[in-house]
Write a protein that binds this ligand. Structure first.
Ligand code: ATP
Ligand code: MG
Length: 319
């Protein structure tokens, strides 16, 4: 299993830029490049099914820096490029998701904070992504950092995002505006009320798992919280999916993490694996997704693969 996925992505990535110069059947690495090219062609032409109703997905992990925002941004960009209508909700006071999608999120900008705390309709806060059509963003500003405390004393404090989203999707329907196919929510690195709001609003959950130290530590706490919200607030929620991020084929540790997740959650893990990639980490500083910044890189391909898998994911009831 691990041998199959063991790839030195950085080498493949640089070779992909120069495929004219190599014989694609000459070595294992060359045939791997050929394989990646085939995958890319397939993905670029793949038909992503349009869901029957809006799919709302929370991207979460209370661990910091595991790739939540990178995953939200690039899955959103991949799906929008595949002609799906997308709304991204930035639910993290850091506002990294807004930055990475080129969205203004200075403190004075109307944001998800106002929607949660003062009932400002989402229609009044969203901004279109400048580089990608079909992609709207509800930005987060620094104001959101105080919201956990403010929410505590509010009525239906766990339901505020769900209510705001329902009002907005109803509004779009009334106005004859196109329905969103996917709403993706980028959660903060905590299990506070913002994250609980995301779990209450979302039908589905995606957990990025960093293929590095202590990846699975804290996962049972996260799964318990998800379960609690499911039983008490959101019965229809599907079992969470997992996505390996920052995979480094040169380390045994990365392969151990992949094996562990496959062993514990065989029916919940995406086949796509997001490699550790310098280009992926560079893209946000250009206010871009990897899909627009380096569309042919291995990181872009991996996120397109993950987005396609999500779009065709068939939730089985039996696990
Ligand atoms: P936080 O918990 O702070 O919200 P996060 O879980 O959203 O963090 P990201 O912001 O997506 O994590 O990623 C953390 C850092 O790692 C960022 O600098 C990002 O650019 C970088 N990064 C993310 N994915 C990769 C990757 N596959 N390869 C290399 N760098 C990556
Ligand atoms: Mg983040």
């Amino acid at each position: 299993m691990v041998d199959e996925i063991k790839k030195d992505y950085s080498e493949v990535d640089s070779l992909l830029q120069n495929t004219g110069e190599i014989d694609l059947s000459s070595t294992p690495l060359a045939s791997q490049v050929a394989n990646e090219i085939n995958k890319r062609t397939h993905l670029n032409n793949a038909e992503h099914p349009t869901p029957n109703q809006t799919r709302i997905i929370a991207i979460t992990n209370q661990k910091g820096g595991v790739g939540k925002t990178t995953t939200t941004v690039n899955i959103a960009a991949s799906l929008a490029k595949a002609k799906k209508n997308i709304l991204v909700i930035d639910l993290d006071p850091q506002g990294n998701c807004s930055t990475a999608l080129g969205i203004n999120h200075e403190a004075s900008v109307p944001s998800i904070y106002e929607s949660l705390i003062t009932n400002t309709p989402i229609k009044d806060i969203i901004q279109p992504c400048p580089d990608i059509t079909n992609l709207d963003v509800a930005p987060a500003t620094i104001n959101l950092s105080g919201s956990e405390l403010e929410l505590v004393s509010m009525v239906s404090r766990e339901n505020r995002l769900k209510k705001a989203l329902t009002n907005y999707t109803d509004y779009r329907q009334e106005k004859g505006l196109p329905r969103y196919d996917f709403i993706l929510i980028d959660c903060p690195p905590s299990l506070g009320l913002l994250t609980i709001n995301a779990f209450t609003a979302a039908d589905e959950i995606l957990i990025p798992i960093q293929a590095q130290y202590y990846a699975l530590e804290g996962l049972s706490q996260l799964l318990n919280t998800i379960n609690l919200v499911k039983t008490q607030l959101n019965e229809k929620q599907k079992p969470p999916l997992m996505l390996i991020t920052m995979y480094d084929a040169r380390t045994n540790l990365s392969n151990d993490v992949v094996n562990d997740v496959h062993e514990h959650f065989p029916n919940q893990i995406l086949d796509a694996i997001i490699p550790q990639s310098v280009r992926l980490s560079e893209a946000p500083s250009h206010a871009q997704s990897i899909i627009t910044y380096e569309p042919d890189s291995i990181g872009s391909l991996a996120y397109k693969e993950a987005a396609y898998e999500i779009s065709i994911w068939d939730y089985k009831e039996d696990f």
